[in-house]
Write a new protein. Structure first.
Length: 451
């Protein structure tokens, strides 16, 4: 399916003006309407228009029979905030609506989303085949922590389909990639990868952190599962860590042993048989989230809801500023190369999957003219005045990182190049400031490296 619409009959929720029955029944509400209304109707008791923060650990059961039903998953309701919470549920329903998902499980962070999504699918001895263009933390999760659980990962060039095919073995249980690779900025060719995953009967998980559901909805391309760090553009203001697992409802999880087999902790319940296309998410919540405790706090859910309410407006502005900055740097004599998919040469996949723009995070290479690139990188960072030097992306403020003097400082120049990075490489996350002020800041810091 080639997605071209921002409305979704399957998941659109009516605006909630307090009289939901009068609020446009049968209408497919647009993305912006759902950003503001999906997942919440005003509180019946208080009339609270904003989603309230339910800052509680636990919920009083109506009676003992109801309590027993909740614990057997025969009724769906609130038990304990490690498993579910009304504020978090509003966030889950809203982001599920925006991503065109059948449901969502919110988590404590983007890393927690990856952990619970994969732990629900995998057993010891299983293997992951993943794109080599991944966030460093994800790579460490796969190569370090998962190895302790006897799960192995192999990494392939993201758009080399033959390499994906060759890496799949009888033990492979999942394929994994990023819509826009961090930090390389490469756009994943999702459609053929979905076909390959289907041919092998494997679920594909896409990390959609850099794109957000506004720029790309991998579920519309029939990707079975999406994970997303909500810490970045979803929250959008650098205040709250969170994540989410989203299921498109397209994958038959009765074929995956780890999901389909009878559950020991629910009297032999088979999640996909019992809950249909909600089976994978129910198992993720009722078992993996329950047992790992990787849950989102209600306060952070509230913050992330505030971010969702302005998502498209902010992301459009992020993209406009990023395009302007990338074009400016591309022409700058102190810049060797800019890896932004919005520049000519990188265009085809970006236009296919990210027609509203390829995000606002990219790297560029300094051309320091005599100075060692690593030293030039430090000089550049030290002279910036507006860009904040820190290890995050997707804030309303513009951010900068020089991997060679921070995250990768222990690597030699040669080792950096071997891992696809370089000593003069700078990563930018472009914020919402006045465009001309950003260009001024970059120009004056680039000027400093020529002194
Ligand atoms: N995925 C990507 C692409 C990221 O860039 C990050 C963090 O930078 C994560 C996942 C992890 O998200 P979090 O920091 O919310 O755990």
């Amino acid at each position: 399916m080639s997605p071209d619409s921002d409305t979704s009959p399957a998941s659109s929720s009516p605006p909630s003006n307090g009289t939901p029955s009068a609020a446009g029944a049968g209408r497919d509400f647009g993305f912006e309407t759902r950003m503001l209304h999906a997942g919440h109707i005003p509180d019946a008791e208080t009339g609270s228009r904003a989603v309230p923060i339910h800052q509680t650990t636990s919920y009083v059961f109506d009676d003992t029979n109801y309590a027993a039903q909740l614990f057997e998953l025969k009724a769906y309701g609130n038990i304990y905030t490690r498993i579910n919470n009304p504020t978090t549920a509003a966030f889950e329903e809203r982001i599920a609506s925006l991503a065109n998902a059948v449901g969502a499980v919110a988590t404590a962070s983007g890393m927690a989303a990856e952990l619970v999504a994969l732990m629900t699918l995998l057993e010891p001895g299983d293997e992951i085949v993943a794109s080599a263009h991944l966030y460093g933390g994800t790579r460490t999760l796969f190569t370090n922590t998962f190895q302790k659980l006897s799960v192995e990962a192999s990494f392939v060039e993201p758009n080399d389909l033959d390499a994906w095919d060759a890496a799949i073995t009888d033990d492979t249980k999942v394929l994994y990639g990023e819509t826009i690779g961090n930090p390389q900025g490469s756009v994943l060719d999702i459609e053929p990868l979905v076909e390959l995953a289907d041919a092998h009967g494997l679920p594909l998980i896409i990390d959609n952190t850099f794109a957000t559901p506004y720029l790309c909805r991998p579920l519309d391309w029939d990707v079975p599962l999406v994970v997303q760090s909500a810490t970045k553009f979803i929250g959008g203001h650098g205040t709250s860590i969170g994540g989410v697992v989203l299921d498109g409802g397209s994958f038959d999880f009765t074929t995956i042993d780890a999901v389909a087999e009878p559950s020991d902790s629910y009297h032999g319940l088979k999640f996909p048989d019992t809950f249909g296309h909600q089976g994978y998410l129910m198992k993720t919540r009722a078992e993996t989230l329950r047992d790992t405790g990787a849950s989102l706090s209600p306060f952070n859910a509230f913050q992330l809801i505030q971010g969702l309410e302005t998502l498209s407006v902010r992301v459009e502005r992020h993209v406009d500023n990023a395009q302007a900055v990338a074009e400016h740097l591309h022409e700058h004599p102190r810049v060797e190369r800019v890896a932004y998919p919005g520049l000519p040469g990188n265009h085809a996949l970006a236009q296919k999957y990210l027609p509203k723009g390829p995000g606002a995070i990219f790297t560029f290479e300094l051309s320091p003219d005599g100075q060692a690139p690593r030293a030039a990188g430090k000089t550049f960072i030290e002279n910036l005045q507006l860009f904040s030097h820190l290890a995050n992306v997707g804030d309303a403020r513009s951010l900068v990182l020089h991997p060679a003097s921070t995250t990768h400082q222990q690597l030699s120049d040669e080792e950096m190049r071997a891992s696809g990075l370089s000593p003069g490489m700078i990563r930018l996350s472009i914020g919402l400031e006045d465009t001309n002020d950003l260009l001024w800041d970059l120009d004056q810091a680039l000027h400093a490296i020529s002194q």
